[in-house]
Ligand binder design. Structure first.
Ligand code: KG4
Ligand code: ZN
Length: 344
């Protein structure tokens, strides 16, 4: 069973995302992305090798209004044309989230347009529905692979999800980021590993995939330890490109293996892959191969909608608004919130 249709809000939706280190403002109309401005703070946090919450909050305050102006101008709309506001309210860095939530409430007050608080992961789940004439039919499996999450969901209808498997420790994006730091490739790690791996031999160093004996879970912390040992053992002789290729290969193999086992177990015939790590070209290729082999239809968002962005928040909010949900001035930023509680 399941619906094949998503009902969208009937008018331009303004999306705001500030849960981590990207300040983003977008405008969507039904499934179409009219504007999606993303200001990354990566440069700012690089010197510390990771996101510093207090620095992130201040940077969001500075970046938000210019991003709003640019989004409206890209969409060729005036603020008064906005008919609803969707904002990431959970989970994330609470100070960072509060910047977006406060701005959204101010706009809600000023425009009188309805407001909806969105779960960040529901945004990622919706990112793959962007710019489609027909929504991806339900039910389907959704692999969320980001800096904070690695979960495989069963999505029966918009907002109706079940967690099929999740990571026992680090997220896939964390494995990329920590590995990159150990290899001296800097922050943010995923893209840098991908680029370094281009010239590398993935077979030169053997790294564990760590999950073979557990059919339900992902695990990436052993990989980090293995990279640390490799760096210590090889010292100056370490070939960075080969190590990057091995690390990327191990993450991609672990994800592909688990996903293919889960697809077989559940009998689901469609798979979506979302979140920052879904931008990884090696992962996209490996999953495409496996899905072709197993007769599974694969859907991935455009690269720009994989990493954090407000278009996905506007899309998830658009559906919730069309379903009659509203937030009010009591809307709060919450640092943690399980996806299943908020999506049923
Ligand atoms: O979804 P996202 O932007 O933020 C979270 O919600 O966490 O994901 C960020 C993660 C980071 O760990 C980053 O290293 C990873 O996505 N990432 C990539 C690539 N681009 C971003 N990992 C592998 N390959 C990429 N091309
Ligand atoms: Zn995210």
């Amino acid at each position: 069973m399941g619906y094949s249709v998503i009902r969208w809000w009937d008018g331009p939706v303004l999306g705001i995302e500030s849960s981590c280190d990207e300040t983003s403002v977008a405008v969507t109309l039904e499934s179409r992305v009219l504007a999606n401005v993303v200001t990354s703070q990566a440069e700012l946090h690089r010197q510390w090798g990771g996101v510093v919450p207090e620095v992130a909050s201040r940077a969001h305050v500075e970046a938000l209004l210019p991003a709003l102006e640019r989004a409206l101008s890209d969409a060729r709309l005036r603020l008064e044309d906005i008919s609803a506001i969707a904002v990431t309210s959970r989970p994330g860095l609470v100070g960072a989230l509060s910047v977006g939530v406060t701005a959204a409430k101010a706009l809600h007050f000023q425009l009188g347009a309805p407001l909806i608080g969105v779960h960040h992961l529901e945004g990622h789940v919706f990112s793959v529905q962007a710019n489609r004439d027909e929504p991806i039919p339900f039910p389907h499996a959704c692999l969320i692979v980001s800096g904070g999450h690695t979960e495989l969901l069963r999505v029966d209808a918009p907002g109706q999800v079940q967690v099929l498997s999740e990571t026992l420790d680090d997220a896939a994006g964390e494995a990329f980021d920590k590995g990159a730091r150990l290899l001296g490739l800097g922050y943010p790690g995923g893209f840098r590993i991908q680029e370094a791996a281009r010239e590398g031999d993935p077979g030169r160093y053997r790294l564990p995939i760590g999950v073979a004996d557990d059919p339900f879970h992902f695990s990436f912390s052993g990989l980090k330890t293995a990279v640390l040992r490799l760096v210590e053992k090889e010292g100056d002789g370490l070939r960075i490109a080969d190590a990057a290729a091995s690390l990327q290969g191990a993450i991609v193999r672990a994800l592909s293996l688990k996903v293919s086992q889960a697809m077989e177990r559940t009998g689901l015939e469609r798979l979506t892959v979302v979140g920052g790590v879904a931008a990884n070209l090696a992962l996209r290729e490996a999953l495409a191969d496996i899905c072709r082999r197993d007769g599974v239809q694969l859907f991935v968002p455009e690269i720009s909608l994989c990493t954090d962005n407000a278009a996905m928040i506007a899309l998830a909010g658009s559906w919730r608004l069309a379903a009659g949900e509203r937030s009010d001035f009591m809307l709060e930023a919450k640092p943690s919130a399980p996806i299943v509680d908020t999506l049923s």
